[in-house]
Design a binder for this molecule. Sequence first.
Ligand code: SF4
Ligand code: SF4
Length: 464
Amino acid sequence: MMGGLGVHTSDAASVVPDKPATLARLRDMGLVGMGGAGFPTHVKYDAKVDTVLANGAECEPLLWTDKQYMLHWPHDLVRGMEVAIETVGAERGVIGIKGKYTAVVEAVESALAARGGGSPPMEVCPLPNFYPAGDEFSLVQQALGRTIPELGLPLDVGVVVSNTATLHHLARAVLHGEPLTSRLVTICGEVRAPVVVEAPVGTPVADLIAAAGGLTRDDVTLVDGGPMMGHVVPFDAAMKKTCSGIVVLPTAQPLVQRKLEGADAKLRVAQAACCSCQECTQVCPRNALGHRIYPHRLMQSLASGITHDVRAYLGSLLCCECGLCTEFGCPQYLDPCRMNIETKQLLRAQGISYPDPQETEPSKFFHIQQVPASRLAARLGLTRYLDRGMIPMAPEPLRPARVDLALSQGIGQPCRPVVAAGDRVVRRQVVAEPGGPISATLHASIDGVVQRVDDTTIVVRRDP
Ligand code: SF4
Ligand code: SF4
């Protein structure tokens, strides 16, 4: 078996605890959403819906993390779906995977067939290859034909959406009592041997890059997550539970430069160059769902100091930060995405919330407005990395000499340490308790000695 993440179906425990026990176990096993935001899973699953939708779209260019989970351990995904469906009282499960990844679809369909039909019903929904297919709102529309209202949640239309990696670890946590202490992560871009590797939570990014054969050049910037929605991290950063990939890109690449530039400079350029062409709004996936978000109007208002178009500013509160308006829409290389983010933060800081969320109908052009992932990759200058094809899985998990366990692993309250410097810990031992209702337990991800505990991090050094 590769790494420590998988289980054969015959190993799987058959008894799913009742709902309160399941939720408590998810919290105690440290489960958070692994698709990016890190929202505690036990909070999300305290719900009643009719459908569980697995998000296997992995629409960020270059990443192979979720696909490798599904290729190697499709039975864990199916078991995770069964637990999820039972926990939220759903009637069925749908697994969204891009249809172009035929081997992944076949692996999951084989695992479903092995159930012999089974109850509750589950099926694979092959998705078209567009960006952002993995945005929850777009995914729910594409897979189920339901439109989440403005500022809404999948819950509002009877759906819980979970990333497929989360569902994998959910099966491990609930059925086997295994805390979330390691995960797959893709290391790609300007590295000698791009790879997907299992790494303990808290692994230094430098160790991840070494696992991919090291850098191919010096003038690079590291992006945690995908090229579109990921954020720049320093070389001394460490991997969190939410880290699906480290993408190494040339610092001079326009995509990277836009991530590094300050908002003030962007605004000055917008004032000089926005031609009001509306291309940014035409590619906006939330606008395509009928949501009242109009990036071109925000840009015009910011550029000309217009204050009366209140809806243009409020629309920023509906932005999912997908980056499409900036990286694909704008012919002037402006950054309406960043302007939406800045405006949203400003409104929230002033206590201004969206006043009148409403149900909407998607545009009749919803399907033809979708941006093909290959065209996006070409626009971003990423085709040379994509041409390498599938990123392979490392045969062995990483064994870093040290892990830096962040007390904040995602949305919610940071954890409270229960260990001190000098304590000896073993892998899977609790090192920090939930810091509030929206928080999940943190565990040691290696055997070793606690070297340091501060306000943000617990550092554990491996036993020699
Ligand atoms: S980042 Fe741009 S395209 Fe994406 S939701 Fe926000 S405004 Fe729309
Ligand atoms: S696409 Fe660019 S130039 Fe056109 S309206 Fe939007 S920000 Fe302005």
